[in-house]
Design a protein around this ligand. Sequence first.
Ligand code: NAD
Length: 480
Amino acid sequence: MANITEAEIRKIVENIVRSTSTESADKWTSTVYQGRKLIGIYADMNEAIDAAERGYKAVRAMTVEQREKIITEIRRLTVAEAAVMAEMGVAETGMGKVEHKRLKHILVAEKTPGTEDIVSEAKTGDNGLTLTEMAPFGVVGAITPSTNPSETVICNSIGMIAAGNGVVFNPHPNAICVSNYAVDLVNRASAAAGGPEVLVCSMVKPTLETANIMQTHPKIRLLVCTGGPGVVKAVLSSGKKAIGAGAGNPPVIVDDTADIAKAGKDIIDGCTFDNNLPCIAEKEVFAFRNIADKLIAEMKKNGAYQINRAQADQLAKIVLVEKTNKAGKTVKTVSRDCVGRDADVLLAKIGVKVGKDIRCIICETDFMHDFVQHELMMPILPIVRVNNIEEAIDFAIKAEHGNRHTAHMHSKNIDHLSAFAKAVETTIFVKNAPSYAGIGFGGEGHTTFTIAGPTGEGITSARSFTRKRRCVMADSFKII
Ligand code: NAD
């Protein structure tokens, strides 16, 4: 009890108030929203899996056109209710920005691929015809994060349903109400489009124990995990087919050929989007020494506030806390009271008062500083001066810690761009744009909130949740 923080006490009280006020029209819990019971939410993981299996059987019996109708309705409801989920997400988790969360939901609604992503292949030759189809796995068990909670539930649901699967979610406990709201939205869309009332399922109270039941249940054929290193490791050790979308720590290199004014703005725009919660967001900058001052000046024009080294060290002691891991080793981990918080709130913790126009904290550090080495997920951006492209690439790769997740570069030198892109081996590499261009927001290509680097599916979509099946007709069905 001695170590409990004021914010933790506030959260516990809020949860108690919410959970004891289900009759009130303006309250919500993990099972009720404004007096309406959420559909598809179960107290028992085994029951949820059975319900998801019934959902799977219903999807299998549908035509592709029927599946697409449900997905169209999911898209419509997601746009219509984006603001509700955005507000709920911020209120429940205390993290992120309402307007940015609203935009993330609209992105999911508009740019997550549906059934068009499922494509069959035919091969003909002297020996006849061979058909390869993308078939569903069956019931998918999905673990979702607190950082993009309802966005991930809806994005996963669209892709998994398009692929013909049923889904059971074990959402992050800190974002359970908004995650279950999204599960209910998918089920409402299903019912409205002529599908089953319960198509996807979730838990009243997800825990590590319910996650464990899911990971070992014989009816779960595929696990899809979006979260930090601990949970990705857990699902990859499950013995089942698993898709792991894990942590990143995206570096940015800015060289002296870049458009510095644009780089300064793009980096701050990307770094502060939803208060740095997206795993792809800019986390540390390696700037060529001869343009660093100008870059910092441009960042300040775009809502950045620079702190000095002593202040950076002071803030680091607050945003990172020491914990003892399972092996008995002391490790630094991000303080949950600081993740996704506004820049002015973080600055106030070291006694600096600024207005809401300040959206990012910048500071010059050396390479080994905690701000460079840790995935903070808050609008704090360390800047390290480098002497040349070789040093920049070397630092950036080391800071990325082999996650091979996302990296960014601002440059007009194609040799530099190519050298970094090749060397860093990330799933996403964004050139001369804010990080979110990498998930289709102001950049080409589809979106996802499950970027599967460790297991290789990359920017996941419906086809990632399928298994290939072959059908061979020997010596016939060839028309030439
Ligand atoms: P987290 O790792 O704290 O939790 C993710 C989920 O896993 C939650 O539902 C949690 O309850 C559960 N969980 C944690 N440990 C578990 C275990 N051992 N077994 C089973 N379940 C377990 O995630 P978070 O803090 O909400 O999200 C932030 C992290 O996720 C960051 O590291 C971020 O980079 C990463 N992330 C990655 C992607 C991606 O697409 N690659 C997307 C979003 C977030």
